[in-house]
Design a binder for this molecule. Structure first.
Ligand code: S3P
Length: 177
């Protein structure tokens, strides 16, 4: 029977609970929690908002790719990736390498309520902008190994579902090397 995945990567749109679920899941599995955005902020010595404002999105995406590469070397970790990370093909491949990738799929209305448009998320906009961005990104998120609907589940329930999936996964070795 294959081992449980050494790395679990949570992907999906802003406000779907990647960090809240990631922290709990890591605790449950006795894995370390890694927040890709926090690593980028520490590395840059700036907040994401400052990075976007001062250096632009391309500079942020370059750092995101580098951090995804660094994280792809880690074991026994749960990684929360920012909402755009899985959309960039090179970054997506790094995040997928040897990991179980999980799309936390959320209902747009619930996501909109959760995402504050206070500038801390530079790409968060009004309902129409968010709807268009989500539609554009969905084909990328679908490339995750598994999907978990988070809209009617509390973080604890999402974690329960993921643990069930991981246990099932151990019987069918479908995670790419
Ligand atoms: C982004 C989402 C953010 C952060 C950055 C860009 C995106 O992460 O990486 O603001 O492109 O959707 P969260 O999904 O954790 O909000």
């Amino acid at each position: 029977m294959p081992e449980r995945p050494l790395r679990i990567v949570l992907v999906g749109f802003m406000g779907t609970g990647k960090s809240a679920v990631g922290r709990r899941l890591a605790r449950r599995l006795k894995y370390r929690f890694v927040d890709l955005d926090l690593r980028i902020e520490k590395r840059a010595g700036k907040t994401i908002a400052e990075l976007f404002r001062e250096q632009g999105e391309a500079a942020f995406r370059a750092l995101e790719r580098e951090e995804a590469s660094a994280v792809s070397e880690l074991e026994n970790v749960v990684v929360a990736a920012g909402g755009g990370a899985f959309v960039v093909p090179a970054t997506r491949e790094l995040l997928r390498k040897g990991a179980l990738t999980i799309w936390l799929q959320g209902d747009l209305e619930i996501t909109l309520r959760r995402v504050r448009t206070d500038g801390s998320r530079p790409l968060a906009g009004n309902r129409e902008i968010m709807r268009a961005l989500l539609a554009e990104r969905e084909p990328s998120y679908r490339q995750a190994d598994v999907t978990v609907d988070t809209s009617r589940r509390k973080p604890r329930e999402v974690v329960d579902r993921i643990v069930e999936l991981i246990e099932g996964q151990q019987e069918k070795p479908s995670v790419r090397p």
